[in-house]
Design a protein around this ligand. Sequence first.
Ligand code: ZN
Ligand code: ZN
Ligand code: ZN
Length: 333
Amino acid sequence: MKRFHCRCGAQLFFENHRCLKCGLDVGFDPQLMIMVPVDGETSVYCGNWSDHGVCNWLRPRDNSNHLCAGCQFNRTIPDLTLSDNLKRWASIEQAKKRLFFTLMELRLPLESGWQSPSKGLLFDFLDDERSQPGHYSGSFVTSGFCDGVVTLNVLEADDAARAAMQSEMLEPYRTLIGHFRHESGHYYWSLVSDDVESKTIFKGVFGDPKADYATALRRYYHEGPNFDWHSSFISTYATSHPLEDWAETWSHYLYIFDALQTARAQGLITDAVEEMTIAERIVCWQDLSIVLNEMNRSVGGSDAYPFSIGEGVTQKFEAVEEVILRLQAEWIS
Ligand SMILES: [Zn+2]
Ligand SMILES: [Zn+2]
Ligand SMILES: [Zn+2]
């Protein structure tokens, strides 16, 4: 994330709708990619802000669409008359907007399924029996990606429930933005899965994307990862199937890009992430993540980055970057 400032000089955060120092109304302009004052003339807040107090993005005043460019990707939002859903949805939107910021910084194609039914992206944020026991009896929503749509169980936005799921699944890390990053990896793979060059890059490091999915997942949940998975996989879940390995590696590629961009914006490192090679990013991030983890332990928190990057993972990051270059080229053409 970059660093933004109000005209009074105070730092503005990506989620702000008001400057905490001078009280000026501010919002994020997705065309300029900066936080700006809201003048109510050329640009106005997203309709989800005026209607629900959710989202601080701006939209052009004369735009026929009531929603900002980011909220237009929603196909289903949770039923806001049900308890906790407004708070949960607000957290979901914040995480989704952070993902979008990184995707836009990477100049990746980003069209909604309304704009492009065959290639666009949409989101369903759904309840089930676990998130609203009194209203969705017998239903079970699994988060995932299918046919251009990312589905997220809104329970993932409930901190206590998410911590319980993390503990049950023995995961070192489970966050909303992590879900979004992972599922975006499946989406972008779907855009290039017929591209011969991308398939060659993929098969060279991740394996066969068409390997039987159900069999692979069943084996993973029964047997777990090999004892030496650390050397070539970023996480245990990455060992379950080549497509999950891709999505996990993609997710960490975005994580590290965002974290290094933030570190430079906040004065912790001098080099720009865009100008670093993958190898340089990994070295820089390994040093920085140790500092970050130690700081977190000092203040009583858990590790911010509970992963180590094995040698075999570097070439997987390079493969992700090669595919990103192909996606960027498609966007430009
Ligand atoms: Zn200010
Ligand atoms: Zn919005
Ligand atoms: Zn996945």
